[in-house]
Design a protein. Sequence first.
Length: 162
Amino acid sequence: MTTRQSLTRWTGPAAILAVAALGLLGYWAAGAWLRPLLAPVEAPVVALTVAPECDWSAGCETHGPLRARVRVDRRVHPLQPFELTLTVDADGVGTVLADFVMVGMDMGVNRFALAPAAARQWRTQVVLPVCTVDRQDWMAQIYVTAETGVYRIDVPFLTERE
């Protein structure tokens, strides 16, 4: 058997092992990155609300154990990106996640991690899907993990049609 035949004999299995190893590494890395976004919040949660008539493009404020202000940069339309900003009047805030749900309708996973933008402020870009039955009523559920506990800010809102 020549050297060339010997190399050819091992090339196929080596390539398969290399692809499998890269696949497992990618699976692990994606899982480590996505796990915080996809896992439900498991700690006891303190629910906070804003006034139902609040226009969150002007800013909606919570009252209670965590004072916060939620704002979007424009009117919300499906499939059009908008910026969500949360300002919290507290130190020691860790992660901030925003879930967008329709009560009684499965719209898939619409969870976004907010990144620190300034002192006590977090931001993210959001794109919402179109509801196939033309519903426009959404609920933003913003989870704030702080030293004092886990809080959920519920912000009901309507999307606008084109």
